[in-house]
Design a protein around this ligand. Structure first.
Ligand SMILES: Nc1ncnc2c1ncn2[C@@H]1O[C@H](COP(=O)(O)OP(=O)(O)OP(=O)(O)O)[C@@H](O)[C@H]1O
Ligand SMILES: [Mg+2]
Length: 393
């Protein structure tokens, strides 16, 4: 545990940037977003969409929603949606606990899903599919999802779909090929950054949640936090964590504008323009300048955005990259490409060491077998290397 946590008497890091439902703060925008999801529970509508800039809380909001669902709802949650229709159907079946036969055609997979959904309807259950980072969905796969959402018996929907994504998602949905899908969307909620008064409540909520509501933060410090983050929740977390560390180094139990400025400087933040916040370039800066923070986030929730393993994990550095196999079976191939021969078949839960990457594939090692697997099918994690004897240099 970092020592600033003990210094302030926290039980936990109050500004961890992983989407932890225990720390969920019900701001007015998050409340509205949740309400628009809950609306799906009451209705037979096909699609709900939530869009927002990075770090506005899409993932944590859906996690909150899922944590409150009644037992009568089953769902599949897909976080690596750069999938072909076949891969998407396979991922859905697997998430519902059904093993599809190898090399099944798209139609076969679709009909297996349909059978499963009819079965659930008979049991009186609702089924949701949630696709996070849906801006990465190929148009073709979106269109297949629409066909899936068309399924009904006795005028009752068999499945409802929630898409979450960055603003590109909304632009994608405007494409003429997706006109029919667009017509099926009844709710589009746009998550935004917090206003200043809610930002202050948010900070105090998280401090109290972590076990110390007595940290004093000056008014000037709040002004600076707001001007550096524009009210973006992930950026607020990053600034606050650094500001607390900065106070700790000075043996101070309060946060003033100096600590915030030091935090902003060390993260490479620039003051947000008063007009409109442009988070994305800031975020890129943040990712590069604060890998330490970055990888906690990527570690659990965003493996697709990781830096190429070859670059982030130079040999002899103390961090190693691992991947856990997501699907039931995963072919490991001789080189990066579907036509390359299979050298080994991995099973769900197998842990491989990631040693490189190329064109959407990872070069991995499993029990001394080397090969390539598609990136989508690994959940990436990072670990401190303890013994370096396996270094092959
Ligand atoms: N309502 C909230 N309550 C508590 N923490 C929040 C809330 N919204 C966002 N956060 C914090 O901000 C971080 C970023 O949120 P989240 O990962 O959900 O954003 P996102 O919109 O999914 O971003 P991305 O587009 O990059 O995936 C969360 O990990 C969490 O720490
Ligand atoms: Mg997210």
């Amino acid at each position: 545990m970092s020592s600033f946590i003990e210094f302030f008497g926290f039980r936990d890091n109050p500004f961890n940037i992983t989407p932890d439902v225990d720390f969920f703060f019900m701001s007015s925008v998050h409340q509205e977003a949740l309400a628009s999801l809950e609306y799906l529970l009451e209705t037979e509508e096909g699609f709900a969409v939530i869009v927002g800039e990075p770090g506005t809380g899409k993932t944590i909001t859906i996690k909150k929603f899922l944590s409150q669902l009644p037992d009568s709802v089953e769902y599949a949650y897909i976080l690596f949606p750069n999938l072909s229709p076949e891969e998407m159907f396979t991922a859905l079946l697997e998430d519902f606990g059904i093993e599809p036969p190898e090399n099944a055609t798209k139609n076969r997979l679709f009909s297996m899903l349909k059978d499963f959904l009819i079965e659930k309807k008979k049991e009186g259950k609702k089924v949701f599919v949630i696709i996070d980072e849906a801006q990465n969905l190929p148009v073709e796969t979106l269109e297949e999802l629409r066909l899936l959402s068309n399924l009904e018996t006795d005028k009752e929907k068999l499945i409802q779909i929630i898409l979450l994504g960055q603003p590109e998602l909304e632009r994608k949905l405007e494409l003429p090929q997706l006109r029919q899908l667009r017509q099926r969307i009844t709710v589009i909620y746009r998550l935004s950054n917090l206003k200043k008064d809610e930002m202050i409540d948010y900070i105090n909520y998280r401090l109290a949640k972590a076990g110390n509501s007595a940290v004093r933060i000056s008014k000037k410090a709040y002004d600076r936090i707001f001007s550096l983050t524009g009210g973006n929740l992930r950026l607020i977390n990053q600034i606050m964590e650094r500001a607390l560390m900065s106070a700790f180094v000075k043996n101070k139990h309060s946060i003033g504008s100096e600590e915030v400025d030091e935090a902003g400087e060390s993260l490479g933040f620039k003051t947000q323009s008063r007009k409109k916040l442009i988070i994305f370039p800031v975020l890129i800066l943040v990712i590069f300048s604060a890998l330490g923070f970055g990888y906690y986030y990527f570690y659990q929730f965003n493996p697709k955005k990781t830096q190429p393993a070859d670059k982030t994990v130079p040999a002899k550095k103390a961090v190693e990259t691992y991947g856990t196999v997501i699907p039931a079976k995963l072919n490991m191939r001789k080189s990066a490409g579907r036509d390359s021969p299979v050298v080994y078949v991995l099973k769900k839960g197998d842990r491989v060491k990631i040693e490189g990457e190329k064109d959407g594939w990872y070069r991995v090692r499993f029990k001394n077998i080397e090969g390539w697997v598609k990136k989508e099918f690994l959940e990436v994690s990072y670990e401190k290397g303890t013994d370096r004897t396996d270094s092959r240099e």
